[in-house]
Design a protein around this ligand. Sequence first.
Ligand code: PGA
Ligand code: ZN
Length: 441
Amino acid sequence: MYQRNREIAAIHALEILDSRGNPTVRVYITLVGGIVESASVPSGASTGENEAVELRDGDRQRYGGKGVQKVVATINNVIEPRLRGIDVMRQAEIDRLLIDLDGTPNKARLGANTILGVSMAAAGAAAVAAELPLYSYLGGLGARRLPMPMMNVLNGGKHADNNVDFQEFMIVPIGAPRFSEALRYGAETFHALKALLEKKGYSTAVGDEGGFAPSLPSNETACELLVAAIEAAGYRPGQDIALALDPAATSFYANQVYDLTKSGQGPKTSAELTGLYDAWIAKFPIVSIEDGLAETDWEGFRAQTALLGDRIQVVGDDIYVTNTKYIRRGIAEQSTNAVLIKLNQIGTVTETIEAIELCRAAKWRFVISHRSAETEDTFMADFAVAMSGGQIKTGSLCRGERIAKYNRLLEIEAELGTAALFTNPYATGGALADSSRKRRL
Ligand code: PGA
Ligand code: ZN
């Protein structure tokens, strides 16, 4: 039913800072009825080659070239006149208009950051106009599953200035009965890890996503420390809290070789790296490995999934960049069995939902994810509940931009009350469990 109140009256963009202190864009949409909603765009560091283009000014005199004044001008002068007067609830139409206005396959002309800000702000304004929380507006009556948080408590790779090659070592509170308890398990383990690092004389400074970033004797030591921290916090590794990894292997791959230079552990082939994960899975309670191999190593991924896919969740991030074109190939080739979903890799809410629909149709799991540079925006927390995938990756248990998402999820859990669902997504028979999986994790 059409309502004039819901027409877009004005769009206004602002250059703000992200959690790394670099510029990003915030977009405000005003509706005829007076509603004003905003959304802020995140930014990655270990970006996939095929991600939609993030546009920056390139003017070295401002923010080392990272300013987004052109993005702001495009939104205010090019996009606003085209979207004014449209019913903000027509999300797919708005996103289509933005894609057509850009006219390139990878949003290189207007910028994915430009487009995503408008797309998310439109969804936010539409939810307010509909008088619904964002997760219900986007997900309907079925949107009541709180996601399992994959909490990145130890950082390496491109997210930290230490000697750990792998980017993310996460704890996953699979035994928690509800989201708020999962968060508590995580926070208590985070503090236990801090005490452990202090005791061993390691640094407790944190990386981009709030995880500790100590220099360690080896990559494997990170897993050992996490298990010790879980125990020190009074939890059972593998039953209450499991581990997950995101090596972000593209970041240490060149000329067909995985070179673990940060740790000095040297070069490895694709098969050797998969062998290393295989050995780790036997030793540590690992339930998920994301980007264990590089974005171009399709053959390696297929072999890895064939070897490990019945024991763990094999997630593709850089290889798919939330793009249906690559996810479709991955499904056809059985490259992984799950997909990482990042709104800014593709650039519109509608296309992100299309990527998720593809996962659902293939009975693949998916994880809604933040970026290493975030803002206080909590869109993705609502989005994770709306999409009902049961998993979210939004960083460690400190740093405001990460905690904002967790706090929003706590609010949603409280609002849903007894309707809230929360399950271990890796257990056979769980919400998204694949019936072909051979054993319980
Ligand atoms: P990024 O890292 O945001 O720096 O790309 C996150 C990830 O690899 O999952
Ligand atoms: Zn990743």
